[in-house]
Ligand binder design. Structure first.
Ligand code: FES
Length: 166
């Protein structure tokens, strides 16, 4: 993903950008949609990575400094990863019917944090997406930047255990 990639889902291989693009399009690429788009990005990535801010700036025709300024002004946005790792669970329709939402709840129960939050030891942030694109692989779960599909709750929790015991 290049920081100045145009808003075209086919140019990036991280499906979280597909959902981000959807939000950008809903706001017709208008600068006044910035806060809403940042909310979607924060939900998808668990925080606002630098390259995501640059991507949004370009998509909304805003100077990167302005986007950075807004992202750092509001307390509900974070520009640094809260946890060492982020797990993003898709709960879009296809993933929901294939137990995506159940997996999200299993994660919340297992590590004791709600979506959008980070474990007390700073290891894992839990994030949620509403359709990342590869619906045929539902349920889709992203471990940091690694996209996985068709994992059951036990396998997902085992991956998180490995993060926690490292
Ligand atoms: S609903 Fe999860 S990838 Fe589409």
């Amino acid at each position: 993903v290049t920081p100045l990639a145009p808003v075209d889902p086919t140019t990036v291989d991280d499906p979280r950008y597909l959902e981000l693009d959807k939000a950008i399009r809903q706001h017709h690429n208008r600068p006044d949609g910035l806060i809403e788009v940042l909310h979607v990005a924060q939900r998808l990535f668990g925080y606002l990575p630098r390259e995501v801010l640059a991507y949004i700036a370009r998509a909304l025709s805003l100077p990167p400094s302005a986007v950075y300024g807004v992202a750092t002004f509001y307390h509900f946005f974070s520009i640094a990863p809260a946890g060492a790792h982020t797990v993003t669970v898709c709960t879009g329709t296809a993933c929901h019917v294939n137990r995506g939402t159940e997996i999200l709840h299993a994660i919340e129960r297992a590590i004791g944090v709600r979506v959008g939050h980070t474990t007390g030891d700073g290891t894992i942030t839990v994030a949620e997406a509403r359709c990342l694109g590869p619906c045929s692989q539902a349920p889709v779960v992203v471990f940091d930047d690694e996209i996985t599909g068709e994992l059951g709750a036990d396998a997902v929790l085992a991956r998180l255990d490995r993060w926690r015991t490292r």
